[in-house]
Design a protein around this ligand. Sequence first.
Ligand code: GTP
Ligand code: MG
Length: 194
Amino acid sequence: MNYHNVEFERSFGTYSQLGRNDLPEIVFAGRSNVGKSSMINKLFNRKNLARVSAVPGKTATINFFRLENLRFVDLPGYGYAKVSKSEKRRWSELIGGYFADERDVALVFSLIDMRHPPTADDRQMVDFLIEHEFPFVCVLTKADKLGKTAREERLQKIRQELPCGDQLTLIPFSAETGEGVGEIRGILDEISQD
Ligand code: GTP
Ligand code: MG
C-alpha cells in the first residue's frame, strides 16, 4: 500500500450515524491517552492526520480514514475518569455500538501502554475481543519510554496479566522512534492483498 495516499473520511459522534459498511476495517482501540492517534499518524507518516493531545479524551468521535481498499477507524479512548457520566455513556455506546454493528472488522489493534500493567479496562477489552472472535493483535505503546531491562520485564509480565496472554501477538511500538511500524505495515499489506 502507498501509505501517503490516506485520506480522512468522516467523524461520527453517535453510532447510529456510522457510514456504510462497505470496506474491511482496521480498528484502533485502547484507553484514553494510550497513543491511538499517534500510532495512526506514525503509520501514515503524517503529523496531524489524527489529532493528538497530551490531554486524555482528545478523540471523542469515531474517525474514519481510507486508504485504497481498507478503512482505518480511530475509536475514542475508554477508561478516562475525568469526563462526565453522560459523556462516558456516550463513549461506551459509541464504542460498543461500533463493535455491535456487524461491521467488516479485518483487524483490531488493541493498544496497551507498555510501561504499566494493563488496566481492568484493557483486560476487559481483550476479553471482549477474544469472546467475540475479533481478529486482533496487542500493540504495546510508548516502548521508547522503557530501558532495556524494564522492557524485557514488561514483555514477560504482560503475558501473565492479559487474558490468554501466552497466545497473544504482542508488538512493541513507538510513535517517537518508529519501532513496530515495519511489522504493522507488513500485517496491513497482507490484509490489503486478501
Ligand atoms: P485519546 O484520543 O484521548 O483517546 O488518546 P490517544 O490514544 O489517541 O492518544 P494520543 O495519540 O493523543 O497520545 C497521547 C499522548 O501520548 C500524547 O502526548 C502523545 O505525544 C503521547 N504519545 C503517544 N504515543 C507515544 C509514544 O510512542 N512515545 C511517547 N514517548 N509518547 C507517545
Ligand atoms: Mg486519539
